[in-house]
Every structure is written in structure tokens, then in C-alpha cells.
Design a protein around this ligand. Structure first.
Ligand SMILES: Cc1cc2nc3c(=O)[nH]c(=O)nc-3n(C[C@H](O)[C@H](O)[C@H](O)COP(=O)(O)OP(=O)(O)OC[C@H]3O[C@@H](n4cnc5c(N)ncnc54)[C@H](O)[C@@H]3O)c2cc1C
Length: 379
């Protein structure tokens, strides 16, 4: 797979930004669990937010392969900052695909510049993998919609300026009754729980969100009556692929620090790199990271070619997520006892790795999607 000189230049710019401006802040962001809005705006300034959105709405008209490379570079430096990039792209994808002209003009430029942040409210305390069983209700009342319910684990909730909220107009219709709405911060009846003290992906203001007779105009509906299928389209489009690209970045960062450490650390009067068992762990990391990267780029290239990319995205997300957890664990092993020390970034990478087997559809759910596709193909 070859890259154009333009793709390489954008990747290199992201790498420079990650090394010079994000990496020096990563430990502090993690330790204080504080969202860095200035850094988020800086990403917008450089065109790394809403990259695939059309230029007329403030985007960069970028291809998806380039976007995935940018996500990987930023995730190498900080998962919390990369989460802002993938979440924004996901919300941009929703708005481009489902928004009215008015909604696109109003919200997309703000997201692409980094001026605003949008959170995605799907998961509930009792609706995770079975997201279509959500209980947040949307009651139509003339020209208004009244939302009631609770969302859980909402990334960016405490700092977002608006929210894409998934609710049901009729629970008995299950997935067909699902609708999506835009809710602005400050709307009466919208409130938030305490910031969640997370193990990893710290620094992105994750919290529960509550809707208590939260009343919005019907014109804030995003998309039509497509039901849960539209939500799945949104998840596939950028969220899942972004998670896979992030996982590659985290694994690459872990391998980079483990390699460096193995060349410096001496035991039995030689660098631990010289022990074949350490070399093999590093070699396996290199093989698996490259394989995951290629799966990500393949799914991205299919999306760019306007071909079906859902199956390829599930393959990429599942492999990259599992690969990330496996290889970051091995990178910890290379550090021996020092992997427990906050002196090295490996312990943060370890805490950040696990999420990639969980969010945007757990890796078990991805395997269900993959198996369903295999059965369909075989029929
Ligand atoms: C840090 C963080 C940030 C998040 N950000 C957001 C966000 O911004 N917006 C949002 O809406 N959500 C967000 N989530 C929620 C996330 O998407 C869910 O946690 C995820 O979908 C899994 O749901 P659950 O936690 O309820 O697990 P469950 O669905 O309860 O799953 C528990 C276990 O059971 C397995 N399982 C469930 N069903 C099946 C099945 N049918 N077959 C086989 N195995 C199954 C799962 O794979 C998993 O191993 C976030 C979560 C975290 C931790």
C-alpha cells in the first residue's frame, strides 16, 4: 500500500504536533483527568477535526486513510486527546449523513474548528451491547419533543456544547422506534452526573447524562424514521474505525517505549534486548501492529471508494483492539517491575489499551457481526 506525498505530509504534520505539543502534556492530562480545550482547538486549527467533512462546512475534504493515520499519530501521544478527534469525526459523520442543510451549516463548522464539542449519548445503565433496548423516551408534543431518561459513560459529557442523543418514540417497536436528536447544553431538563474516575482514557470529562422533561424543538431531530439502522451507520462510519486506528497508535507507542527500554536496560551484563525471548516479543508486536494497521487502512480505503466497509471495519476493530491489549501487556513484560512505575508511560498505555475491546461495540459483538456476515455470504 503506497501513500501519496500529500498523505505523508499530513501524517508527518500530525506526528510533529503529537510529539511536540501533545506528548509533553499527556501525563498531566491523565493524572489530573482534565480536558485540554486549548489543545482541542489547536487540532481544529490544523485541520485535524472533522477532516472528512466537505470543505463547504469547514472540513478538509480529506480521505479516510489519511484521517486514520492522523488518529494513530495522536493516539501514540495521548488517548484522551485522540478520543476528542475520533468522537468529533463520528459526530461529523452523523451530521453529514443525516443532518438537514440548516443543521449542517449550524453545527459542522463549529465542530471542525474545535470551537465546539459534541458528545454522543447512546449507552444507558441497562442498555450497553443491546443498545436498541434503550429506555430513554422521546415524547412528541406538538412541535416539541420531550426527552426523559439517563445515559451512561458519555465521553466529553461535562465539556460538550451539544449532544447527539438516541431515544425511543415507542419502546414496543424496539429498533424501529429509535430516533436521534440534537440537544444543546443549557437546555432545561438536561443535567450531568459527577465526572467518572476512570482507569484509562482519563481527561475527557466522561460522565452520566440525565434528561428530565428535557424539551427541544422537533426541528432538532437528526435524520428521519430510519430507526436504529441510522445509529449503526453512524457508529460504523467513523467511531469504530477511529477506535481501531487509536488501538494501533496505542500499541505502536507501547512497542516504541519497550524497544527503547530493552536496548537500555542491562541484566546478566547485557541489554535485555539481546535475550531472544525479549526479541521475539518485540518482533511479534511489529508483525501484529502492521497487520492491524493494514486492516484499518483497507476498511478506510473501501470507505473512500464508496464501497461497503462495514465488515472490513469490524475485522479491523476486533483485531486491532485485541492486538492492542495483547501487545501492550507484552510491552509491560519487557519493562519487568518498572512497568508499575508512573515514571514510564507504559503503565498509562496499559490503562488506555483495554477500552479498545469494549467501546463502539465490544469485540464479542463485533464477532457476532462478522459471523452474521459470513453466514449471509455462505447462503
Ligand atoms: C471510557 C468509556 C467511554 C465511553 N464513551 C461512550 C460514549 O461517548 N457514548 C456512549 O453512548 N457510550 C460510551 N461508552 C459505552 C460503551 O460503548 C459500552 O460500555 C459498550 O457498548 C459495552 O456496553 P456495557 O458496558 O453495558 O457492557 P455489556 O453490554 O453489559 O457487556 C458485558 C459483557 O457481555 C458481553 N456481551 C453482551 N452481549 C453479548 C452477546 N450478545 N454475545 C456475547 N457477548 C455479549 C460483552 O461483550 C461484554 O464482554 C463508553 C464506555 C467507556 C468505558
Amino acid at each position: 500500500m503506497t501513500l501519496t506525498s500529500e498523505q505523508e505530509a499530513i501524517r508527518d504534520l500530525a506526528r510533529r504536533l503529537a510529539n511536540e505539543e501533545i506528548a509533553p502534556k499527556a501525563r498531566q492530562i491523565d493524572e489530573t483527568s482534565t480536558f485540554d480545550r486549548a489543545l482541542h482547538r489547536r487540532l481544529g486549527e490544523l485541520g485535524f477535526l472533522g477532516m472528512t467533512a466537505p470543505a463547504e462546512y469547514g472540513g478538509s475534504d480529506s480521505d479516510t486513510v489519511t484521517w486514520c493515520m492522523v488518529v494513530e499519530e495522536i493516539a501514540k501521544a495521548s488517548s484522551a486527546v485522540a478520543n476528542g478527534v475520533t468522537l468529533t469525526e463520528s459526530m461529523v459523520h452523523y451530521l453529514v449523513a443525516m443532518g438537514t442543510e440548516e443543521q449542517k451549516k449550524k453545527y459542522l463548522p463549529r465542530l471542525a474548528s474545535g470551537e465546539s464539542l459534541c458528545s454522543f449519548c447512546l449507552t444507558e445503565p441497562n442498555a450497553g451491547s443491546d443498545a436498541a433496548s434503550l429506555a430513554t423516551t422521546a415524547t412528541i408534543d406538538g412541535d416539541d419533543v420531550i426527552l426523559n431518561g439517563q445515559k451512561m459513560w458519555i465521553s466529553g459529557a461535562l465539556v460538550a456544547d451539544f449532544f447527539i442523543v438516541v431515544a425511543t418514540v415507542d419502546k414496543s417497536q424496539r429498533s424501529k422506534g429509535v430516533r436521534t436528536y440534537i440537544v444543546e447544553r443549557g437546555t432545561s431538563g438536561l443535567s450531568f452526573g459527577e465526572k467518572l474516575d476512570l482507569m484509562g482514557i482519563r481527561g475527557f470529562a466522561t460522565a452520566p447524562v440525565f434528561f428530565d422533561n428535557c424539551t427541544i424543538s422537533k426541528s432538532q431531530q437528526l435524520g428521519g424514521e430510519e430507526g436504529f439502522r441510522a445509529v449503526m451507520h453512524g457508529l460504523d462510519g467513523a467511531g469504530r474505525l477511529g477506535a481501531a486506528a487509536m488501538a494501533v497508535g496505542v500499541a505502536q507507542a507501547a512497542m516504541d517505549v519497550a524497544l527503547k527500554y530493552s536496548l537500555e536496560r542491562e541484566q546478566f551484563r547485557q541489554p535485555i534486548f539481546d535475550f531472544q525471548s525479549v526479541q521475539f516479543m518485540l518482533a511479534d508486536m511489529a508483525i501484529e501492529i502492521e497487520a492491524a494497521r493494514l486492516l484499518v487502512h483497507k476498511a478506510a480505503a473501501l470507505r473512500d471508494a464508496n464501497k461497503a466497509f462495514s465488515f472490513a471495519t469490524s475485522l479491523a476493530k476486533t483485531f486491532a483492539g485485541d492486538m492492542c491489549m495483547r501487545n501492550v501487556t507484552n510491552a509491560m513484560q519487557v519493562f519487568g517491575g518498572y512497568c508499575y512505575s508512573k515514571e514510564y508511560p507504559i503503565e498509562r498505555l496499559f490503562r488506555d489499551a483495554k477500552i479498545h475491546q469494549i467501546w463502539d461495540g465490544t469485540n464479542q459483538v463485533q464477532r457476532m457481526i462478522i459471523a452474521r456476515h459470513l453466514k449471509k455470504e455462505a447462503a
